[in-house]
Ligand binder design. Structure first.
Ligand code: AMP
Length: 386
């Protein structure tokens, strides 16, 4: 069979790494086209053709569908109704139905609840009155969340006391909302799970995620938890994939509570930042796995060869503008920059993977990370004009 033309909605770093994986599979994929509003987006720098338009632009999605044999996404904010309408022109994975459920946190949680997957208690909020009632039920603190288009925690408001209720409600300007019980967690973890179009399911080992200001900073693979907890989490991830039915790679974020319960926080219907370690730690990266899943190929090995730490390189909080190139040459440290010219506060510009050598432990890697942190700081290219 000749290689197929792959369309990707979104051409940021995830689209870039999918493109790079696709380029290594020319017998399966002959060309990659991304839809992204930013000229010269990261994926286009990796060799994808680009349609420059908003992710939700109906005409652009139709054009992408006409030009592609198979469509996938690297962001969850594509318009699922438009995608559904072009399903006849191109195969779409994960399916628009799966996307529709996942991109709305309330629908996602309702779906998980109905399928007996463990999650925190939640309710829909359509008025201030609902909010008052919900808080009475759950107690403080609680999380008021925008149902859609929220990422890196920007769609959450933690309400600690009665005085904050009105402020939290006004913060969202009448967006569709849900309220969720606060989970006292001791660790945030995730499973990268894959399901191919034939229903084969594989999960990568559980990893530990450290966030700063709601943005993922560091992933430790494998997570420093008991076997019981990792087995339980991986089982929950598999159960989720069994009911979710979409094909592709999914990032399943979970909490390990203070009582060692596992609750799903959120599912991403795409490759995930907490799976970047697989580029070096595993035989099959999550990007190749995603392609295998949507193309209906057998899934690759998910074995973790060595402990690995992934550390995100984020834009400095102190400036916006061009930045000094990062150079690092240390054994077993792999730098990946995303080709973004401009740094903005907290913008994801790249990451490093630190892979353990024979006999090295996670603690050794943490020490090594400490020692190289200064080298991978984002520094302004030109000193500010006085
Ligand atoms: P989200 O955007 O909903 O994934 O949330 C971003 C971050 O907020 C998570 O990584 C958690 O640190 C925190 N968070 C979200 N939901 C809850 C919850 N129900 N209880 C405690 N912390 C939460």
């Amino acid at each position: 069979m000749l290689g197929r033309i792959l369309g990707i909605i979104g051409g940021g770093q995830l689209g870039m790494m999918i493109t790079e994986a696709a380029k290594k599979m020319p017998e399966n994929i002959s060309k990659i086209i991304v839809l992204d509003p930013t000229k010269n987006c990261p994926a286009s720098q990796a060799g994808a053709e680009q349609i420059i338009a908003d992710f939700k632009d109906e005409k652009a999605i139709q054009e992408l569908a006409e030009k592609s044999d198979i469509i996938t996404y690297e962001i969850e904010s594509g318009d699922s109704d438009v995608l559904k309408s072009v399903e006849g022109k191109s195969e779409i994975n994960p399916s628009p139905e799966t996307l529709k459920i996942i991109q709305d946190k309330f629908l996602q949680k309702t779906f998980l609840f109905e399928n007996k997957i463990p999650i925190a208690e939640f309710i829909q909020i359509t008025s201030l009155d609902d909010l008052q009632k919900g808080i009475k039920k759950f107690g403080y603190p609680v999380l008021l969340k925008a149902r859609r288009d929220a990422y890196d925690g920007r769609g959450n408001f933690k309400i600690n006391s009665q005085e904050e209720i009105q402020k939290a409600y006004d913060y969202f300007h009448k967006k569709n909302l849900m309220l969720e019980k606060f989970v006292p967690f001791k660790m945030e973890v995730s499973v990268i799970a894959a399901r191919n179009t034939r229903g084969q399911i594989k999960t990568y080992p559980l990893v530990e995620n450290i966030h700063e200001d709601n943005i993922l900073r560091e992933t430790i693979a494998p997570a420093r938890v008991s076997k019981e907890i990792s087995d339980k989490s991986e089982k929950i991830a598999k159960d989720t994939m069994n009911v979710l039915k979409g094909a592709g790679v999914f990032g399943i974020e979970m909490f390990v509570t203070v009582n060692d319960e596992i609750l799903i926080n959120e599912i991403a219907p795409r490759v995930h930042n907490s799976g970047h370690h697989t580029l070096q730690s595993s035989e099959t990266s999550q990007f190749e796995q995603h392609l295998r899943a949507i193309l209906g190929l057998d899934l690759g090995s998910v074995k973790l060869a060595r402990p690995t730490i992934m550390y995100n390189i984020l834009g400095s909080r102190k400036f916006k503008g061009e930045y000094q190139p990062i150079k690092i040459s240390e054994p077993n440290v792999y730098l990946k920059m995303y080709g973004k010219k401009i740094s903005k506060p907290q913008r994801k510009l790249g990451h490093v993977n630190l892979v353990a050598k024979e006999g090295e432990t996670t603690n050794d890697l943490l020490q090594k990370l400490k020692a190289i942190k200064d080298k991978i700081q984002i520094k302004e290219l030109f000193a500010p004009q006085k």
